[in-house]
Design a protein around this ligand. Structure first.
Ligand code: SAH
Length: 432
């Protein structure tokens, strides 16, 4: 499921009657190109279309085209020659001698508006060059909020008393996912829960198998620290990816907020998951107490070293009733810089705008994230009756799916192939 920047038809060639293909010329992001239109009779110059690679597959109204362009089309540009040469050197480092930690820190530390504009614009250029203008929509089903861990930041930690705990049954999970895939066109779905061992390894594998039997979708698992055997079984059952953050690359910070857990073990497990052939979505929290900019640079480098295929980094949001309730939230400004630097370092990776960024920035978070180098969104598909109880932090943003659901969905097979190609590219790019 991917949405593209709309293209304006500037010329239409005569075609033999009866042919489903029309040759057209379109203008998109300032460039014209000759493409084909599939099953779109009656197109004329001035009309707007959405394209999948070199095929226009859908005509849309000028108003919807404007809404999508406002959301997706980067507008920030700056004359780089007027900037600090040291900044420019850091910014261009990704294309030449590589981004060293010092350079990453220089980029992350900037608060200069013009430098920020240059950073986001460079990240966008890299995204455009490597991934074209595809913005994908994924879904997440939060199927249980029970958890045996006690992470200091998380509202679902086992010591949280005022949480109404729930578990979806395997049938409910399979139904929810297959409805989203078959009914609404979702093609990549994350199944997330607390670390809940009520679901045995076999049950989790059966859930994946049940989903794969009913629909064609990429399934990502986010169930925390389970034995490798569990991940092997889920892989055999058809799961494609894992969403498993290392949370921070700083062992001291990690240990101070994860009682009873081990940083080494978490990293080891993540590496082992990659070894099983999983597509790895991982990352960290931004703004944890005690975390420095140096640490964040280390987090980004660790993602690259691990060969992460999907970057998952979002601001920490304090949650009432947890030990970190009184700490300040991570900043949106730093989150956007992390997205941009990650894009420079991992040009082909999937980078979703996290719900946490949308939560602290509301509707603007989505647009800002997408124009800083991100290329996908994660929509919440948890059934309404449970959604409010999956409270890892308060005030979770559930933004409108508006134009996304209306236009993000192309013809089934084509859309799946598009995503498959992007996934394959990101997967290959994450190999050592
Ligand atoms: N049990 C699974 C899923 C955890 S919830 C696991 O351990 O992998 C998914 C992510 O939510 C966590 O990895 C964490 O980074 C994030 N999260 C939890 N509490 C948060 C908070 N207060 N603010 C921001 N993100 C939070």
């Amino acid at each position: 499921m991917c949405l593209t920047i709309p293209a304006k038809v500037v010329a239409v060639k005569e075609t033999a009657s009866g042919s489903p293909m029309t040759e057209i010329t379109v203008l998109a992001s300032g460039r014209t190109r000759d493409i084909k239109a599939l099953d779109l009779p009656g197109l004329s110059p001035g009309d707007w279309v959405l394209c999948a690679y070199d095929t226009a597959v859908r005509a849309i109204s000028p108003a919807d085209a404007r809404e999508i362009s406002d959301l997706l089309e980067p507008t920030r540009h700056i004359d780089a020659s007027s900037l600090d040469p040291a900044f420019i050197d850091a910014l261009k480092g990704h294309a030449t001698r590589g981004l060293t930690k010092e350079k990453i820190i220089r980029l992350l530390k900037t608060e200069d508006q013009r430098e920020l504009t240059a950073l986001f614009s460079e990240a966008n250029t890299v995204r455009q060059a490597h991934l074209k203008d595809f913005f994908c929509i994924h879904g997440i089903v939060e199927f249980s909020n029970h958890c045996i861990r006690d992470c200091f930041y998380c509202g679902l930690r086992k010591d949280s008393r005022d949480v109404k705990r729930y578990r979806m049954t395997p049938d409910e999970i399979v139904e929810t996912v297959s409805d989203a895939v078959n009914g609404r066109g979702y093609k990549l779905i994350v199944l997330q829960s607390g670390d809940d061992f009520h679901y045995t390894d076999g049950t989790l594998a059966d859930i994946v198998r049940g989903i794969k039997k009913k629909c064609r979708a990429f399934i990502f698992i986010s169930v925390g620290e389970r034995g490798l055997e569990c991940y092997r079984k889920m892989k055999e059952a058809g799961a494609s990816g894992v969403l498993f953050r290392f949370e921070t690359s700083n062992k001291k910070v990690y240990d101070s907020i994860h009682p009873g857990q081990s940083h080494e073990r978490r990293l080891e497990l993540l590496r082992a998951m990659k070894g099983l052939g999983y597509y790895a979505a991982s990352g960290f929290l931004i703004g944890l107490p005690g975390q420095t900019v140096d640490d964040i640079a280390g987090d980004i480098i660790l993602m690259k070293e691990l060969g992460v295929n999907m970057v998952s980094a979002g601001p920490f949001i304090p949650c009432g009733g947890t030990p970190l309730a009184g700490c300040p939230a991570g900043s949106a400004a730093m989150t956007l810089k992390v997205i941009a630097v990650s894009r420079l370092l991992m040009p082909k990776a999937k980078i979703p705008v996290t719900t946490a960024l949308e939560t602290i920035e509301n509707a603007e978070g989505r647009r800002l994230g997408l124009s800083s180098g991100a290329n996908s969104l994660m929509f919440n598909l948890t059934p309404e009756r449970y959604r409010g109880d999956y409270r890892i932090y308060p005030g979770k943003y559930h933004g409108s799916t508006g134009v996304w659901e209306r236009y993000g969905l192309f013809k089934e097979a084509l859309s799946y192939r598009m995503l498959e190609k992007k996934m394959f590219e990101a997967f290959e790019a994450g190999k050592p």
